[in-house]
Design a protein around this ligand. Structure first.
Ligand code: HEC
Ligand code: HEC
Length: 287
């Protein structure tokens, strides 16, 4: 269909395409559309000239400006590292007490410690450090091994009952299964429970006091408030690491369970341990 044909009504030339007697009008594109189209072509040409654009075998064409998003990111990272290096040096040189007392350093240590905590500690202590059965809550005022900066630092650096570190905390509760008669075990369990709750029998609890003084006070103290140098928890508060109730206490007496925590100094280095210490201390329970 090469012959020219005009639409009778509008007088516009048709494209020559015809379907069932309907012909397509050959109207020109609107001006604004055509100019925008030319502008985008021009933009593309300018872009290809200045910026990396055409993919080659191992990289793209470089472009006149030599721009690279990777190089730009690297520059940002280098700058950030340089800024942090100063802080890391200061943290390495100072004690945890000095870091805690300096507001800028403390802020840096707390935020670095918080992110190290998420990666290394949250699997056991929980992302909010609230712990769980067998894993102590680090937000409260109850400390097995001491809640001042030095105590926390020692625990994090060397761990608890951790074979790989000669300076780890080692104290363990003996199994009393062969030392105490079963009656005495019931009595002492009732006594310990009576310190914070109503015991199953007041007579049992009364009898248990002497058993406690003879067998337990050496580690848990006469008033049962615990001793941090033994890692022996306070039994006169409502916080139970191993389980609540007389049965749970009796189980711990007969066959004690012991928590193990890895040492972190060798793994993360001293500055990370210091940051973690200041962070854990800042959680609110620090002394
Ligand atoms: C594999 C599990 C595990 C991981 C991981 C772990 N902990 Fe522990 N953590 C424990 C256990 C269990 C205890 C309690 C030990 C005990 O019973 O005396 C503990 C105790 C502690 C204590 C002493 C609490 C107290 O009351 O004195 C601190 C502080 C502590 N952890 C900090 C950390 C930090 C910081 C990290 C990360 C760098 C971490 N923990 C990672 C299991 C873990
Ligand atoms: C040699 C020191 C030592 C002696 C003696 C000892 N304990 Fe313990 N006890 C510990 C330690 C250490 C723990 C904590 C274990 C852990 O953190 O994993 C503990 C934990 C406990 C717990 C668990 C507390 C909780 O919060 O869940 C109870 C209950 C307990 N002891 C009762 C007793 C009683 C009762 C006696 C005496 C019959 C006794 N202990 C004697 C060291 C001792």
């Amino acid at each position: 269909m090469s012959e020219e044909h005009r639409d009778e009504l509008s007088g516009v030339e048709t494209t020559g395409h015809e379907w069932d007697g309907i012909r397509e009008l050959n109207n020109p594109m609107p001006r604004w559309w055509v100019y925008t189209f030319y502008a985008t072509i021009l933009w593309a040409v300018v872009y290809v000239f200045f910026y990396p654009a055409i993919p080659m075998i191992s990289s793209a064409t470089k472009g006149y400006l030599g721009f690279s998003s990777r190089a730009e990111l690297q520059q940002d990272l280098d700058q950030a590292k340089l800024g942090q290096a100063q802080f890391h040096e200061m943290i390495a040189a100072k004690s945890v007490q000095e870091i805690d007392a300096d507001p800028t350093l403390r802020e840096f240590a707390v935020s670095g410690g918080a992110s190290a905590f998420k990666v290394n500690c949250a699997p056991c202590h929980g992302s909010g450090a609230a712990g769980g059965p067998g894993f102590p809550n680090l937000n409260d005022d109850d400390w097995l091994w001491g809640g001042d900066l030095d105590g926390i630092q020692t625990t994090i650096a060397h761990g608890v009952r951790y074979d790989g570190d000669p300076d780890t905390h080692v104290s363990e509760m003996p199994a009393f299964g062969e030392i105490l008669k079963i009656d005495e075990t019931r009595q002492v369990a009732a006594y310990v429970w009576s310190l914070t709750n109503t015991p199953s029998s007041a007579a049992l609890a009364d009898a248990g006091k002497q058993v406690f003084m003879d067998n337990c006070a050496a580690c848990h103290a006469d008033d049962a408030k615990g001793k941090v140098d033994m890692g022996a928890p306070n039994l006169a508060d409502a916080i139970w690491l191993k389980g609540r109730g007389e049965d749970a206490i009796a189980r711990q007496v007969l066959a004690p369970r012991h928590g193990v925590m890895p040492a972190w100094q060798g793994r993360l280095g001293e500055t990370a341990v210091k940051q973690l210490t200041v962070f854990v201390h800042s959680l609110g329970g620090g002394k």
